[in-house]
Write a protein that binds this ligand. Structure first.
Ligand SMILES: [Fe+2]
Length: 376
């Protein structure tokens, strides 16, 4: 018996060792083993370029949400029928899908996708090398289906494609500012919420990633709101807050993050509780990065309520999901009903994290309280 046990153990060890060796020797797929800072980098054409252009202010436009069209279909989730797996990450938000090639979705499939992302807040698609390798012309065409593409005022973009927002961090990057004056890199936000018509559905993927770390956190602002008492929510529905892009522009004007401001920063007033135009769900719409004050309240009142809401978002792990990136993962989220935070835990390794975001704008936030005056 002892011999048999030894043999079995030896076999197991050998198998396990072979498994590790196989893992290490596997030929890399796109993004895997890619070194963004090195010669021959597969996605060098998508590295951030900080053009010194200057853009006029954004103009209002009418947004027609593609999710509306999906609602009229007999089965608005038919695009998932051919999936190999559809798994909920958490009850409140997040679904992970395998076996679907996003790049091949037709117009109706894209409408259904928009509705599904609105419903689930966050949808993670694995094995999307085709999508990623189609390149920036495709990214632009893809995003335009969901709304007018946002051009970021300060971020880097691929040469000739200002609509593609790039994130890039490595050891030398001036983006690594998080720990200079903060104990954490966690910063919950909804993207560019200072715009009059902030983004709805966002598509994001990594082109190079660290071996470990660089995950992204998401939280459901619908669930966040539902935790609060009905009386408090009723009060929040009467409130609006100022969202500001000024600090982000000042950061760039200080010479960091490419040092370019292509559009003068703006501030806009949005309802603190917004209603999703398709699902009708109410979500909390304030974030520590861009919200500055509640209109009409005394300074201490505004600060106290905002801090309470930010703390609630920070500590509610029971509303959150964490995306662990693997090569060829494409993630979509609905900025109207979720917040997210990067996790910058890989700085010391010197590895690069390089990603691209396609960011269609949506409607001006709809107040949950009908008739709420947003003029100031
Ligand atoms: Fe973001």
């Amino acid at each position: 018996m002892p011999i048999a046990t030894t043999t079995t153990t030896a076999t197991k060890v050998e198998e396990a060792t072979q498994g590790i060796a196989t893992l290490k020797l596997r030929s890399p797929a796109a993004g895997e083993g890619e070194k963004a800072g090195e010669e021959g980098y597969r996605y060098a054409h998508l590295l951030p370029h900080f053009s010194p252009d200057h853009y006029p202010p954004l103009t209002p436009f009418e947004h027609v949400d593609p999710g509306h069209r999906a609602l009229a279909l007999p089965n608005p989730r038919a695009f998932l029928d051919s999936a190999a797996s559809v798994v909920e990450l958490t009850p409140h938000l997040g679904t992970e899908v395998t076996g679907i090639n996003l790049a091949e979705l037709d117009s109706s499939g894209r409408d259904q996708l928009a509705l599904e992302v609105a419903r689930r807040g966050l949808v993670v698609f694995r094995d999307q090398q085709d999508f990623i390798d189609r390149g920036p012309d495709f990214y632009r065409e893809w995003g335009s289906h969901f709304g007018r593409l946002h051009i970021h005022p300060t971020s880097g973009h691929p040469v000739g494609y200002p609509e593609i927002h790039l994130v890039y961090r490595d050891l030398k990057s001036t983006f690594n500012f998080e720990y200079e004056d903060s104990i954490t890199s966690t910063l919950w936000h909804s993207d560019v919420s200072y715009e009059l018509q902030p983004p709805g559905l966002a598509t994001f993927f990594l082109l190079a990633q660290p071996q470990s770390g660089g995950d992204t956190l998401f939280t459901s602002q619908v669930a966040t709101l539902k935790r609060l008492s009905p009386q408090f929510v009723a009060f929040l529905r009467t409130l609006k807050a100022v969202h500001s892009g000024v600090e982000q522009a000042l950061f760039s004007r200080a010479g960091k993050r490419g040092g370019i401001v292509r559009r003068e920063p703006v501030e806009h007033v949005h309802p603190i509780v917004r209603r999703h135009p398709v699902t009708g769900e109410e979500a909390l719409y304030v974030n520590r990065q861009f919200t500055r004050r509640i209109v009409g309240l005394k300074r201490e009142e505004s600060e106290t309520i905002l801090r309470f809401l930010y703390d609630h978002v920070d500590k509610s792990a029971d509303n959150q999901a964490r995306v662990k990136w693997r090569p060829n993962t494409v993630v979509l989220w609905d900025n109207r009903v979720t917040a997210h935070s990067a996790i910058v835990d890989f700085k010391e390794t010197g590895e690069a994290r390089h990603g691209a975001r396609i960011t269609p704008q949506a409607e001006r936030p709809i107040p949950a309280l009908e008739g709420l005056d947003l003029s100031s």
